[in-house]
Design a protein around this ligand. Structure first.
Ligand code: NDP
Length: 249
C-alpha cells in the first residue's frame, strides 16, 4: 500500500470509546499496527478482538494517562510487540464542565491531571524513542474550546489551550532541532461520544445535550482526519485541524 499508514505502529490513548475507538478501527483497517490504551480494559479487549477478526493487528494495555509509569509501559508494549513506534495519538480526555462559581475543584484537578498532565506524560514516554529513531509523529486532541472561550469551560478550555500551546512549541522546536518529529493538533467541535457523561453539573449537562442533539456528528469523521495527517509524506505536516459539524455555528 502507498497510503503511508500501513505498517505504522500507532499508540492511541483513550481508545476505549469515541474518537479513540473510531480512530483505532480505521487505522487498523488501513494496515496500521495499533496499540490501545485506556482504563476500561474490557472495552479495549472487545475493540482489539474486533480489529483482529477483521484482519488487523492490535494489542492493548490498561493505561491511566495520569501515571508516567503507565505511559512508559504502553510505549514499551508497542516496541516489544511491533519493534518501533511511529505515532502517538494523545486523545484521552474528560470534560466535566461547569460554571466557576460551582467550585467543582475536584473536577478542575481531574481535568488538569488527565487533559494536561496526560499529554505531557505521553510525550515524555515517547520522545526518547522518537529521537533515537530520528522520526515520530505526535497527534493530540485539543478542542474548539482550546481556541475560543465558552462559559462553562473555564477549566476544560484552559486545559485544551494548554495542549494548543504545547503542541505548537513542540512543532517549532522539533523543526529547529531537525528531529523529524511531526505534530498535528485536532480541534473538534460537537462529536457524539461518551464525553458528555463526564459532566456532573445539571445545567451544563442539559445545555450540552441540547447542543449535541442538534449538531453532533460521528467520531468516525475525526478518525478520517487523523488518518489524513498520518498519511502525508514524512516531509510534510498539517499542524492544526478544526473539525466539526458543517451546520454548527
Ligand atoms: P469519550 O468519553 O468517548 O472518550 C474519552 C476517552 O478518554 C475514553 O477512552 C476514556 O477511557 C479515556 N480516558 C479518560 N480518562 C482517562 C485516563 N485517566 N487515562 C486513560 N484514558 C482516559 O470522549 P471523546 O472520544 O469525545 O474524547 C476524546 C478526546 O476528544 C478528549 O480529549 C476530548 O476532550 C476531546 N474532544 C471531544 C469532543 C466531543 O465533542 N466529543 C470535542 C472536542 C474535543 P477510560 O474511561 O476507559 O479510561
Amino acid at each position: 500500500m502507498t497510503d503511508n499508514i500501513s505498517g505504522k505502529v500507532v499508540i492511541i490513548t483513550g481508545a476505549s470509546s469515541g474518537i479513540g475507538e473510531a480512530t483505532a478501527k480505521l487505522l487498523a483497517a488501513k494496515g496500521a499496527k495499533v496499540v490501545l490504551g485506556a482504563r476500561r480494559t474490557d472495552k479495549l479487549e472487545r475493540i482489539a478482538q474486533e480489529i483482529r477478526e477483521a484482519g488487523g493487528e492490535a494489542v492493548y494495555k490498561a493505561l491511566d494517562v495520569t501515571s508516567q509509569a503507565d505511559n512508559d509501559a504502553i510505549v514499551k508494549l508497542a516496541k516489544d510487540s511491533f519493534g518501533r513506534l511511529d505515532v502517538i495519538f494523545l486523545n484521552a480526555g474528560l470534560m466535566p464542565s461547569s460554571p466557576v462559581s460551582a467550585l467543582k475543584t475536584d473536577e478542575w484537578n481531574q481535568m488538569v491531571d488527565v487533559n494536561i498532565k496526560g499529554v505531557l506524560n505521553g510525550v515524555a514516554a515517547a520522545m526518547t524513542t522518537f529521537l533515537e529513531q530520528k522520526s515520530g509523529h505526535v497527534i493530540a486532541t485539543s478542542s474548539v474550546a482550546g481556541l475560543k472561550a465558552y462559559p462553562g469551560a473555564a477549566v476544560y478550555g484552559g486545559t485544551k489551550w494548554f495542549v494548543k500551546n504545547f503542541m505548537e512549541v513542540l512543532r517549532m522546536e522539533a523543526a529547529m532541532e531537525g528531529s523529524n518529529i511531526r505534530t498535528a493538533t485536532l480541534y473538534p467541535a460537537a462529536i457524539n461520544t461518551e464525553l458528555l457523561s463526564t459532566i456532573s453539573d445539571a445545567g451544563t449537562a442539559a445545555g450540552m445535550k441540547a447542543l449535541y442533539d442538534q449538531f453532533g456528528i460521528s467520531p468516525e469523521r475525526i478518525a478520517d482526519v487523523v488518518a489524513f495527517a498520518i498519511s502525508l509524506p514524512a516531509d510534510t505536516t498539517v499542524n492544526e485541524f478544526t473539525v466539526g459539524p458543517a451546520n454548527q455555528p
